[in-house]
Design a protein around this ligand. Structure first.
Ligand SMILES: *[C@@H]1O[C@H](CO)[C@@H](O)[C@H](O)[C@H]1NC(C)=O
Ligand SMILES: *[C@@H]1O[C@H](CO)[C@@H](O)[C@H](O)[C@H]1NC(C)=O
Length: 365
């Protein structure tokens, strides 16, 4: 092969790979729940590339989906401030039993009904994508059914796009922080990598004051020097299991958990505690409850860079949460490690958009 031909071929190869990486636009995402404290029209959609309306409900008798009026008008509403923001309809949620999805996903006919219903609902309400929030899967049968569902869903989405001439709908899923449920059960990572545009990795809720009552803990730390689960170890596990970094989106919480310290003078991470402190936000305070608490109680705010997490304390109240330093650390991590982006759960918990702004600025800089 001549020198010139070689260069033409490498140029074409470079353009093709550039096109592939460009086709996956970065995700600066956030979930909105109707009735969560802010209206869709209150969302500062200029801070986001992708917004998720949570949730569409699965009817277990018919396998059809339905949505609220708020989700129905969501796209039109949030595109008023930011016409290029992409909206996705999120299906399910953490309060839905895994068996509801598994029953649907275990039979070809019910899968088909569900898939058709989801595509019709997205198209008729202006959504550009669908997001599956089937949570708490744990058995290998559930993992197999999830894989089959995603594979058939992708085929149906591509067929619909080919038939109508539309761009294919985006297809995403919010999944556990690690693909490994236990040593013998893992998520169907090959089907996930082939079918999904990306995975929203739910890197939070590792500990709470009920299940880790005797020591203060971090519930969404980016790192853990002891090798326990963390955001970064979960992301690494997804990559090792075959889902490329450019298909992973790191999730962070806009809420914290409150512990009661045994000794107000012993207030670090992993300090002796006696369960939940209900005095702020009922033990699960939102960021917009934590910030006023810090001001009123003159609480001390700490960023622990070893763990990549914030906490604050005053008296015996100790709260672990993501403040602006943690958000900046996580977004920098996502960028440095070539992830597709980040998402927040959930928008009504932010405090005057402080965390959303921090995330957007860190990603953009
Ligand atoms: C802990 O348990 C109490 C009592 O059952 C409950 O009210 C609270 O919501 C729980 N908190 C968390 C963080 O799970
Ligand atoms: C983070 O917390 C751990 C556990 O309390 C502590 O050992 C470590 O020194 C802290 N790191 C920083 C940078 O303060």
């Amino acid at each position: 092969m001549g020198f010139k031909q070689y260069h033409v071929i490498s140029l074409i190869a470079a353009l093709l790979s550039l096109q592939t990486s460009l086709s996956r636009a970065a995700v600066n995402g956030g979930y909105w729940i109707p009735q969560s404290g802010i209206e869709a029209s209150d969302i500062d959609s200029t801070l986001f590339t992708h917004l998720f309306c949570a949730f569409a409900d699965l009817n277990t008798a018919t396998n059809q989906l339905s949505i609220s009026a708020e989700c129905s008008s969501f796209t039109q509403t949030v595109q008023q401030q930011n016409p290029s923001v992409k909206t996705l309809l999120s299906i399910g949620g953490g309060s839905v039993p895994s068996s509801n999805f598994n029953n649907m996903a275990s039979q070809p006919a019910s899968r088909q009904t569900f898939i058709t219903s989801s595509i019709n609902l997205a198209r008729s309400n202006g959504f550009l994508g669908l997001d599956l929030d089937w949570e708490h899967e744990s058995t290998s049968a559930e993992m197999t059914n999830l894989g089959t569902l995603l594979t058939e869903w992708r085929t149906a989405i591509n067929a619909e796009a080919a038939n109508t001439g539309h761009q294919p709908l985006l297809l995403t899923a919010a999944l556990a922080v690690t693909p490994h449920v236990d040593p013998s059960t893992s998520f169907p990572t090959q089907a996930i990598a082939n079918a999904l545009d990306w995975v929203n990795v739910m890197a939070y809720d590792f500990h709470d004051p009920n299940n880790s009552a005797s020591l203060t803990h971090s519930h969404a730390n980016l790192h853990d020097p002891t090798g326990a689960i963390s955001g970064s170890s979960g992301i690494s596990a997804w990559i090792s299991a075959g889902v490329p970094s450019k298909q992973l989106v790191l999730g962070f919480p806009f809420y914290g958990y409150a512990w009661k310290l045994q000794d107000p003078n012993n207030h670090g991470l992993l300090a002796p505690a006696s369960g939940v402190d209900m005095s702020v936000g009922g033990g699960t305070p939102k960021y917009n409850q934590i910030e006023p608490f810090i001001t009123q109680a003159q609480a001390t705010v700490v960023f622990n860079s070893t763990y990549g997490t914030n906490y604050c304390y005053s008296g015996t109240t100790w709260i672990n949460y993501d403040d602006t330093q943690t958000i900046a650390a996580k977004v920098s991590y996502a960028k440095t490690n070539n992830l597709l982006g980040y998402f927040a759960w959930h928008l009504a918990q932010d405090n005057n958009w402080a965390l959303s702004k921090q995330a957007s600025q860190t990603w953009g800089s």
